[in-house]
Design a protein around this ligand. Structure first.
Ligand SMILES: Nc1ncnc2c1ncn2[C@@H]1O[C@H](COP(=O)(O)OP(=O)(O)OP(=O)(O)O)[C@@H](O)[C@H]1O
Ligand SMILES: [Zn+2]
Length: 494
């Protein structure tokens, strides 16, 4: 990149010298010309991926990702394939006079497979694939972003012709960077870039190479209406976090070809990973394989998956050493959470762990029986009691509390707010924006006090149970859900 700049600068310098222009103005002119040329877009580093050359050809090749390589997302894949069928069967659409689809917007949290979907779309429709990110169009210099958009579409047409394909898919990730709503007098540059994108999309039907634009965002709420109105990105497909079946499917795809032990139950792993995205599941399988390698184990076993879930959820194990006193307190606190969880929601405890990980000194891992999207008042109250149970156990065992329950309280307060906002508190159905903060905090305190009393009574009743578990937990640093349940069954029978 630097050689052509020096070449151009030197050439201009000699040319002006020949014309007899004085040295100082000449240097200024040469500087400006070189700067404009450098930033004009056609020679930009970020833009170079759309220029000719082997690396870009590689990038524009038809991706080797199929819809069958994407786990879960059944509805999103179906909707996308239907839209692509429109693109493929253009003649049929013309017969019916159907307006061609130009753009699809994929929305959803990070790591759910939006990029994979775009790649699979190009494969499915046998189209060349070009990719760009919204942030690549943002430049300090007005006009550069718009120029890059123009080049991107031009490149798509040229590449399709060169590779003898009759269509192209352009994927623009982070579309919200250029397509966000304008407020006040925001930078003109963004407007020019967005306008250029809309102009190119409007011009798609005239071009002999159909171009299908797929954009992705995690923030659909930010997008300008100009972008989402009919004729632009008028099909919106939600690519959400996978449900349990989706997670099991993604796990099965990512474990293919890996030495998984036959006792590993991927359905169980799927059950324990509520809220994981496809990307976290991919990372989970990778971490499990690393644990197996560290153990010099021939197979990746259940325990490696278990350790990997902990790592993805809680962070890397830390070397923090704790005093026996602190360790005992953490053990009692976690046993409190586990006891109340198991009493209120049987079979929900997956593990009680006493190894420091991330910020936590110990933790209880729960597994939801089913993915839950709606909650009753009773379920929310149970959750709050489980949060408060750590403190209740400390009060029962040590007759005092520690500072270790900050996160528990934050979570309990969040749950109280949910109860209030959803009309499940004693305030009834209310508009929370109209309630004075004092009244809200009184209601939160009221819910917490009542539920704390109930939790405390339960932990006190099973006082002796802590002693049984403590001995094992302090030595083994880990109590499996089934082991915990059998100890609890003995306690309840006595
Ligand atoms: N549904 C899925 N099936 C299989 N693998 C998946 C799935 N979703 C995500 N992954 C894994 O996660 C990685 C990242 O996914 P991808 O880049 O498609 O997510 P994204 O939604 O585009 O994320 P972002 O919004 O952060 O750009 C993939 O390369 C793949 O390994
Ligand atoms: Zn706690």
């Amino acid at each position: 990149m630097i050689l052509p700049i020096v070449g151009v600068g030197l050439g201009l310098f000699l040319f002006f010298l020949y014309l007899g222009v004085p040295v100082l103005p000449m240097l200024v002119i040469v500087g400006i010309v070189v700067a404009v040329w450098y930033f004009s877009g056609s020679n930009l580093k970020a833009g170079s991926q759309w220029k000719n050359g082997s690396s870009h050809d590689q990038r524009n090749a038809i991706p080797n990702i199929r819809f069958t390589d994407i786990g879960g997302q059944t509805r999103a894949k179906k909707e996308l394939m239907e839209a692509l069928d429109f693109l493929i069967e253009q003649e049929k659409m013309n017969e019916y006079g159907i307006r061609p689809l130009k753009g699809i917007l994929l929305t959803g949290p990070p790591g759910t497979g939006k990029t994979l979907m775009a790649k699979a779309s190009a494969h499915y429709s046998n189209a060349v694939f070009l990719t760009a990110s919204g942030s690549e169009f943002v430049e300090m210099y007005v006009g550069v972003g718009a120029n890059r958009v123009r080049q991107l579409f031009e490149r798509a047409r040229k590449t399709a012709k060169k590779q003898k394909k009759n269509r192209a898919v352009i994927f623009i990730d982070e579309i919200d960077v250029i397509g966000a709503k304008r407020e006040g007098s925001q930078h003109k540059e963004y407007d020019q870039t967005l306008n250029q994108l809309l102009t190119e999309m409007d011009g798609i039907k005239k071009s002999e190479i159909p171009i299908f634009v797929i954009a992705a965002t995690n923030r659909k709420d930010l997008l300008d209406a100009a972008l989402t109105r009919p004729g632009r990105f008028d099909r919106h497909i939600a690519v959400d976090l996978p449900d349990k079946n989706g997670r099991a499917h993604i796990l099965s795809l990512h474990t293919k070809g890996k030495p998984i032990h036959e006792e590993v139950d991927l359905d169980k792993v799927a059950n324990e990973t509520f809220g994981f995205s496809g990307a976290s599941l991919e990372s989970l399988v990778n971490e499990a394989a690393i644990y197996a390698m560290r153990d010099e184990s021939v197979y990746i076993e259940s325990k490696h998956f278990s350790q990997a879930v902990d790592k993805v959820l809680m962070g890397e194990q830390t070397d923090r050493t704790t005093t026996l006193e602190d360790k005992t307190r953490v053990a009692v606190h976690e046993l409190g959470h586990a006891l109340i969880a198991e009493l209120l929601e049987p079979n929900s405890v997956a593990q009680v762990v006493l190894t420091p990980r991330g910020q936590a000194l110990g933790y209880v891992r729960h597994h939801p029986k089913n993915d839950r999207y709606l909650h009753t008042k009773e379920q929310l109250e149970n959750q709050i009691m489980i949060c408060l149970a750590g403190t209740a156990a400390e009060e029962t065992w040590f007759q005092n509390r520690s500072t270790g329950a900050k996160n528990d309280y934050e979570q309990a307060i969040r749950l109280c707010k949910t109860m209030i906002e959803t009309g499940l508190s004693s305030l009834g159905i209310i508009d929370t924006t109209l309630v004075v903060p004092d009244e809200l905090s009184k209601e939160i305190a009221h819910i917490l006090d009542a539920l704390y009393q109930q939790t405390f009574c339960l932990t006190k009743k099973h006082h002796s149970f802590f002693a049984d578990c403590l001995n094992i937990l302090l030595i083994e640093e880990r109590l499996d859900g089934d082991q915990f349940r059998s100890l609890l069954a003995q306690e309840l029978a006595s």
